[in-house]
Design a protein around this ligand. Structure first.
Ligand code: ZN
Length: 374
């Protein structure tokens, strides 16, 4: 049996000065169209209408022929359409998660996408894009699979391309029969239980230093005058600091997910729906911590998802109800079993362990036997 998966490969672009100008221009056009479509949609939505992505795309030619918006014609047409498709995705998110789409901002959301008519020339390390020509990139690895679409994005002062490839892999049987349960949390980034051994996994210490820098530049930015040269400088530093935070977090999660799929045939995590995500941990985990935890959970699920195909692991998402209140020994479930953030003592049988380990034990126990018979 074969399985088709998507995988992204990211490379740094090395545009010439004239290409740089075009990249900025295209990103600007796409941002403009995105924001225009959002305004259009909101206006109509407030009147009781709900224009579809297709309705919005149909408006594009008129928009581009408008006397004041002729400059939109310089941008690849498919990228403008993609911007509207992206808005469609954001609107779906709004319907499902009540997450209101935001307007895209210059210098923060500079990106555009291409779904066709591009070519990745690995031999010459060049990306060939309509209207832009051949852009050199740093080929630090080779891609796998067939390139399906591109996202070109500005991060800080640098431009990157993310190439989404479709891979067709032969399904393999995992060499081990291990089952592991993982609880994703705040104090412990991840806690695992494999039936014998519990383990806490943390983010790298450098993450808190990097986070500290982000906070520092945020404070500095708020004090700078809008439009000033100094504000630009701080903003550039801030986006660099953000990039570093993302890199450190992802690095840890990549290593953990790789280890998990190599060592275990079945990997179990809680199936967190958006509602449960906000409920997990209670009010003391609100705000930044919670959003970091949720991000960690979704990224881990995503990474295990695609890496598991290579090793033959199976990712199982189990019912998250009461995982931190149920006794793994006698199954007694009571809120007060959990004495504090970290202490679990069963009111009935006295079983005690770190609360995160208890959660990982329950998550592992909820894997049904049919899960690992492919
Ligand atoms: Zn008990």
């Amino acid at each position: 049996m074969r399985k088709s998966i998507n995988r992204a490969f990211k490379f740094r672009l090395l545009p010439t000065p004239s290409q740089l100008e075009l990249l900025t221009k295209y990103a600007g056009c796409c941002r403009y169209v995105y924001n225009w479509a959002l305004t259009y949609w909101l206006t109509n939505y407030n009147k009781g209408d709900d224009p579809t992505v297709y309705d919005l795309i149909k408006k594009l030619p008129t928009l581009k022929n408008d006397e004041d918006r002729r400059w939109l014609q310089d941008c690849p047409a498919q990228s403008l359409q993609q911007a509207i498709v992206d808005l469609g995705t954001a609107l779906d998110g709004w319907r499902r998660l009540r997450k209101r789409p935001k307007y895209r901002k210059k210098n923060w959301n500079d990106s555009f996408r291409l779904a066709q008519y591009f070519k990745l020339n690995e031999e010459s390390s060049e990306l060939v894009v309509p209207k832009l020509g051949a852009v050199k990139y740093i080929r630090d690895r080779r891609i796998n699979g067939v390139p399906r679409s591109l996202t070109i994005v500005k991060e800080g002062d640098l431009w990157f391309v993310s190439v989404l490839c479709e891979l067709n892999l032969e399904c393999v049987q995992h060499t081990s029969s291990g089952i592991i349960g993982i609880d994703v949390g705040v104090a412990n980034m991840a806690t695992t239980w494999d039936g014998e051994k519990a383990q806490f996994h943390q983010h790298q210490p450098s993450l808190s230093t990097a986070n500290e820098k982000v906070r520092k530049y945020h404070r500095q930015l708020s004090r700078k005058i809008k439009g000033s040269r100094n504000r630009d400088k701080v903003r550039s530093k801030l986006s660099k600091a953000y990039r570093r935070v993302t890199r450190i977090r992802k690095d840890t999660l990549h290593k953990l997910s790789r280890k998990l799929v190599t060592e275990n045939a079945v990997i179990a995590l809680e199936a967190l729906s958006p509602k449960q995500m906000s409920a997990k941990g209670g009010p003391h985990k609100r705000g930044l911590n919670r959003s970091i935890m949720n991000q960690g959970w979704s990224e881990l699920v995503r990474m295990i998802g695609y890496k598991s195909v290579e090793t033959g692991s199976v990712l199982v998402l189990v019912d998250p109800k009461y995982t931190s209140q149920t006794c793994p020994k006698c199954q007694h479930c009571e809120k007060t079993n959990r004495k504090s953030q970290s202490v679990f003592i069963c009111n009935r049988c006295g079983f005690n362990a770190h609360a995160d380990i208890v959660a990982a034990m329950n998550i592992r126990a909820r894997v049904k036997p049919e899960a690992w018979t492919l």
